[in-house]
Structures are given as structure tokens and as C-alpha cells.
Design a protein around this ligand. Structure first.
Ligand code: HEM
Length: 190
């Protein structure tokens, strides 16, 4: 089956993601970095403390927003596909980029889902409380919750590589790829 992100090319000039994709990307990035902080922060407070409860509610809330944004982004991709890579961007690098993005999407969905499974035992009528007195359904499979922490470290590792690749492409090799995601600059260089 042809893989349009990998096989198609667009000539020398970089083409950019659409505005909605760019907005969702940077909003998700800010929320995920906040979420990583929250995930480590609430454990510093004793169980039953008000601070811990507050940070944990924030962690659940941000997780649900990340999940909804990832699903929105996947839906937007159906009507506004990612731009094809420039013709001279090596095929192996395209494959690495495409598969790392797919893995990031998997993690943006799997992390909240396993988090909602982890809180399912203490759920109130199948729901968990979020910020502002709102409620969200849990995933009633407690065993899935065990994967949450491992997936969190996978996300941190992959994100580190994603950020390094973007910075290297823009500032070291001056390549065509980072410019697909404003405010990185589009270049004509290979
Ligand atoms: C923190 C959470 C982040 C996540 C989950 C994430 C995820 C993604 C995903 C899935 C894509 C593919 C585009 C799409 O379908 O929307 C992408 C593209 C991109 N991201 Fe991120 N990103 C994050 C943070 C960052 C940061 C901090 C930078 C820059 C330092 C960055 C730079 C880029 C660039 C330049 C592209 C375009 C690369 C290409 O199309 O091959 N991202 N990102």
C-alpha cells in the first residue's frame, strides 16, 4: 500500500502544515510539557494532602484535554493532510520522521487512556472528577493502568529525540523539514 507521507514528494521547497494543525501541535506541546511536570510534582506531596489532590486533579484534567486534542488532530488530518516531504529529503529519514510522529500520536492517546484506567478502581459511578467540578468517564480496565508509567518514560524519551531532530534540522543542517512547522523557517536548502 502506498504511504503518501513517505512516498510522495513536493520538489525542493518545503511546504507547511495548515494553521489548525500548527495551532494544535503547539498547544499539545505546551500541555504535554506541563503534564510531565504535574506527573512528577504530585508525588512530592503526602497522600491525602490538599496540594497533592489539587495537582492530581490538574494532571487528570490536562490529560483529558491532551486526549481530545490528539483525536481532533487525527480528524483534522483526514481533511488537511500533512504536507509531503521535499523530494531530496532521504527516504530513511522520512520513515523515521513519520514513524516517530505515529508513535507520538499513539502515546498521546495511550497515556490518557491508561491514566483513566489507573483511576478506575476509585471511580464514582464510572466517572472521575476533573477541574471545575466536571466529570469524565474512566476506562474500566484497571490492569491497563500498570502501563501508564512506562509509557510516560517512553514519551519523555521520544519527545527528547523529536525536539533534538527539529533543532538539528533547523539550526545545524539547515534542512527543509523543520520549516514545515512554523515558527521554524521554511528553507530552499536540502
Ligand atoms: C511536546 C510535545 C510534542 C509532541 C507530542 C509533538 C508531536 C508532533 C507530531 C505528531 C508531529 C507531526 C505533525 C502533526 O501531525 O501534527 C510533529 C511535527 C513537528 N514538531 Fe513536534 N511535538 C512536540 C513538541 C515539539 C517541540 C518542542 C518542537 C520544537 C523544538 C517540535 C517541532 C516539530 C517540527 C519542526 C515538526 C515538523 C517535522 C516534520 O513534519 O517532519 N515539536 N510534532
Amino acid at each position: 500500500m502506498a504511504d503518501y507521507m513517505v512516498e510522495e514528494t513536493s520538489g525542493a521547497r518545503a511546504i507547511r502544515y495548515g494553521n489548525l494543525a500548527v495551532a494544535i501541535h503547539w498547544l499539545s506541546a505546551a500541555l504535554i510539557l506541563t503534564q510531565i511536570y504535574l506527573g512528577f510534582a504530585f508525588g512530592n506531596f503526602p497522600k491525602g494532602s490538599a496540594e497533592r489532590a489539587e495537582l492530581f486533579t490538574a494532571h487528570k484534567t490536562v490529560g483529558v484535554v491532551i486526549l481530545l486534542l490528539a483525536l481532533t488532530r487525527l480528524a483534522v488530518r483526514l481533511i488537511d493532510a500533512p504536507p509531503p516531504y521535499p523530494a531530496h529529503f532521504p527516504k530513511w529519514e522520512r520513515r523515521v520522521a513519520v514513524w516517530s510522529h505515529r508513535t507520538l500520536y499513539f502515546l498521546m492517546i495511550a497515556l490518557p487512556v491508561t491514566g483513566l484506567a489507573a483511576v478506575s478502581k476509585g471511580a464514582n459511578g464510572g466517572m472521575t472528577e476533573l477541574a471545575g467540578g466536571t466529570w469524565f468517564p474512566v476506562v474500566p480496565i484497571p490492569a491497563l493502568g500498570g502501563a501508564h508509567e512506562v509509557l510516560a518514560f517512553a514519551m519523555i524519551g521520544l519527545l527528547g529525540l523529536h525536539i533534538l531532530a527539529a533543532l538539528k534540522n533547523q539550526f545545524v543542517t539547515g534542512g527543509p523539514v523543520a520549516g514545515r512547522m512554523p515558527p521554524f523557517r521554511a528553507t530552499d536548502k536540502g
